[in-house]
Design a protein around this ligand. Structure first.
Ligand code: PMP
Length: 362
């Protein structure tokens, strides 16, 4: 019954589908928070070098990548779980730790995969109300509200920091206090898919708390700032005992060999990462100035995307932009009918997006 009533995850519209439907060419997709620069050269070279081996199964333990990640995070290899995207590790967490008798807590406008993973496991979702739309960090996590929902049957709390789709974030002191307040029998998952973009000094890398809190799990991905979304690779850092549980439900060979090779190379390509973050920073400035000029309200974001309030039903705005060859993301699944989530692109892509938005609004 939990599966029958599940609303499936709706991805951004693929370019091919749009162009076939509308008979247009040369469209751009700013709908899935991908890196507009794509992968770095070193990752591409690693993929080419690994391509000859795809007749063989990948290293099912991901030894070489885990060794590199262990060095990066100063954390033992047996506390690392690789996933087919970080989505895969989020699902593994639900599968391993949730039952029909347990509960999971997440925020109203938290990442869309949490409710799906929780419901599919048969557990009960306890959804915390978000921060008010007019407060700072609008629609972001309200940690007090979340703490109020953590009870005896809560096995997992999911928090994205920065959060998607709001772009809001939680500062170090408040987040650590929250983790410390959750009983050790409840896992706290801090999903850091967008951490590379968050530059504020008070923004925490939760992995530094792993040794202090055995019930903490931190997830990361290569899909965003590293530009490897199509390869599907992400990971969880946790206490080795938690990783042992995730490893029990992990599919054999869940991460492919090209992804393993590319991720290793991407970790060594600090230049591409820095370029990606810099392009995002200037692009964010560009689009926020553009929204202001158009009189469109947005929630300040530390990610590579921004949530705007169209001030009217967003579906018509979305469709007008589609007809102009610009794909953005409606967030109706969150009951935010007036909002659109827009990924930061390259300078010319942002310009085109803003022109399409203006045309759609006027
Ligand atoms: N967490 C958050 C907050 C995300 O926005 C996304 C991607 N939309 C993911 C996790 C999953 O990304 P991936 O599976 O590509 O690692």
């Amino acid at each position: 019954p939990a599966v029958v009533t599940l609303a499936p995850y709706v991805p951004g519209k693929p370019i091919e589908e749009l162009e076939r439907e509308y008979g247009i060419r040369g469209s751009i997709k700013l709908a899935s928070n991908e890196n507009p620069l794509g992968p770095g050269l070193r990752a591409l070279e690693a993929i080419a070098a690994a391509a000859g081996d795809i007749g063989l199964y990948p290293d099912g333990s991901g030894f070489a990548l885990k060794r590199a990640l262990a060095a990066k995070h100063d954390w033992p290899m047996d506390g690392i779980t690789l996933g087919n995207g970080s989505n895969d590790v989020l699902v593994m967490i639900a599968e391993a730790f949730l039952t029909q008798q347990s509960e999971a807590v997440f925020s109203q406008y938290g990442f869309a995969v949490y409710p799906i993973a929780v419901q599919a496991s048969g557990a009960t979702a306890r959804v915390a109300p978000a921060r008010p739309p007019d407060a700072p960090m609008a629609l972001g996590h309200d940690l007090d509200a979340m703490a109020g929902l953590v009870g005896e049957r809560t096995r997992v709390v999911f928090i994205a920091n920065p959060n998607n789709p709001t772009g809001t974030w939680l500062e170090a002191a408040a987040l650590e206090r929250f983790i410390g307040s959750v009983p050790p029998s409840t896992l706290v998952v801090i999903d850091e898919a967008y951490i590379e973009y968050a530059q504020d000094e008070a923004f925490p890398d939760a992995s530094r708390w792993l040794a202090a809190y055995p019930h903490l799990v931190v997830t990361r991905t290569f899909s965003k700032a590293y530009g490897l979304a199509g390869l599907r690779i992400g990971y969880a850092l946790s206490h080795p005992a938690v990783a042992g549980m995730l490893n029990r439900v992990r599919q054999a060979f869940n991460v492919n060999s090209l992804a393993l090779a590319a991720a290793r190379a991407a970790l060594e390509d600090g230049e591409h990462l820095a370029r990606s973050v810099a392009v995002n920073r200037s692009g964010m400035k560009q689009v926020c100035a553009g929204f202001k000029a158009l009189g469109v309200r947005h929630i300040p974001s530390v990610g590579n995307f921004v949530l705007i309030d169209c001030g009217r039903p967003a579906q018509a705005v979305y469709e007008s932009m589609l007809r102009q060859g610009v794909i953005v993301r409606p967030v109706g699944n969150y009951q935010l009918p007036n909002h659109l989530r827009i990924t930061i692109g390259t300078q010319p892509q942002n310009e085109r997006m803003l022109a399409a938005l203006q045309q759609a609004l006027h």
